[in-house]
Ligand binder design. Structure first.
Ligand SMILES: [Zn+2]
Ligand SMILES: [Zn+2]
Length: 256
C-alpha cells in the first residue's frame, strides 16, 4: 500500500495544503486538496473518495474534482449525514451543479453517493473499509482501510480524545492521526474536538491495553503556527512509547 499525502494541514497557504491522501493512486481519503496537486491524468485514475466528515477543510475540492472528471461516475463514501451536507451546502445546484444528477449538457451522474454504515466492513474498490465514530462537534468517522494484500491503516479524521472504543473493532498496523494543537492548548483541543500529543498518548495506551501492541503513527491536520511545538512534543511521546510517531508533510509518500 502506497499512501501519497496531498495535504497534511488544517490551513492552506503557498506551501501548506488541506488534508487529503491517495492510496495506491485510486482511493482518495478526504478532499481538502485533490485537484491542485494531481494532474488530470492522475485524477482520472481515482475511482472512489472516502470522506471523514462534512467540515469544509475535508470536502472543499469535491465540486472541482467532479467538474474536472465528467466522463465517468466517481463513488463518494461517507455517512448519510456527511453526504447530506455535501448535497445541501456544496453541490446544491446553486453555487455548483448537483453532480449526483444529470445537469445541463452532461447527460450522466458524475458523483455516486454511497452511504457508509458504522462498524460494517464495506468493499471499496477492492479495499475493506470499516468506519468508526470519533469525537468531533460535527458527526465524524475514522476509517480502517485494509488493502487487498492485507495491510491495515486507520485514519482518525478530525477527533478529540475518547475515540478508543474504535479499537474494539479495528486493529491497524499503522495509524494516521490528526494532531491539531500543542499540549499547552489542551483546553482548546478539548473544546473543538481535536488532539494534542498528550491526548494521543492516552489513546495509544488504551490501544495497547486492548490490542497488546502499538501501531506506528503518522500525524496530519497540523496547525502551521504550532507545527514545530507539536513535532517536538510528538517526538517525546515517540521516545516514551518506543514507536514511530512523526508528522507527515505535503507530497510525502508512505509505503506500508
Ligand atoms: Zn472537522
Ligand atoms: Zn479539519
Amino acid at each position: 500500500m502506497i499512501i501519497r499525502f496531498l495535504g497534511t494541514h488544517n490551513k492552506a497557504s503557498v506551501d501548506k495544503r488541506l488534508v487529503s491522501f491517495v492510496i495506491d493512486d485510486v482511493l482518495v481519503v478526504d478532499a481538502g486538496n485533490i485537484v491542485s496537486d494531481l494532474s488530470f491524468t492522475e485524477q482520472r485514475r481515482i475511482r472512489a473518495i472516502l470522506l471523514s466528515h462534512g467540515h469544509y477543510d475535508h470536502i472543499r475540492d469535491i465540486p472541482a474534482f467532479a467538474f474536472n472528471n465528467t466522463d465517468r461516475a466517481t463513488r463518494v463514501f461517507a455517512t448519510p449525514y456527511t453526504l447530506e451536507i455535501l448535497s445541501s451546502h456544496l453541490i446544491d445546484g446553486l453555487i455548483y451543479p448537483k453532480f449526483t444528477e444529470k445537469f445541463g449538457y452532461i447527460d450522466r451522474q458524475i458523483l455516486e453517493f454511497c452511504p457508509l454504515e458504522l462498524f460494517t466492513v464495506q468493499n471499496v474498490e477492492g479495499y475493506e473499509v470499516t468506519a468508526a465514530p470519533v469525537n468531533h462537534p460535527l458527526e465524524a468517522v475514522g476509517f480502517e482501510i485494509t488493502s487487498p494484500e492485507g495491510k491495515r491503516v486507520f485514519y482518525t479524521g478530525d477527533t478529540g480524545p475518547g475515540f478508543s472504543s474504535a479499537w474494539q473493532h479495528v486493529h491497524p498496523d499503522h495509524l494516521i492521526a490528526e494532531m491539531t494543537f500543542p499540549n499547552r492548548l489542551g483546553e482548546e483541543a478539548l473544546a473543538s474536538g481535536h488532539l494534542c500529543p498528550e491526548m494521543l498518548k492516552q489513546e495509544l495506551l488504551e490501544f495497547r491495553k486492548i490490542r497488546g501492541y502499538l501501531p506506528s503513527t503518522y500525524l496530519v491536520h497540523l496547525s502551521p503556527e504550532f507545527e514545530q511545538e507539536i513535532i517536538e512534543e510528538a517526538a517525546a511521546v515517540s521516545r516514551e512509547l518506543n514507536i514511530t510517531i512523526r508528522a507527515i508533510g505535503e507530497g510525502e509518500k508512505l509505503s506500508i
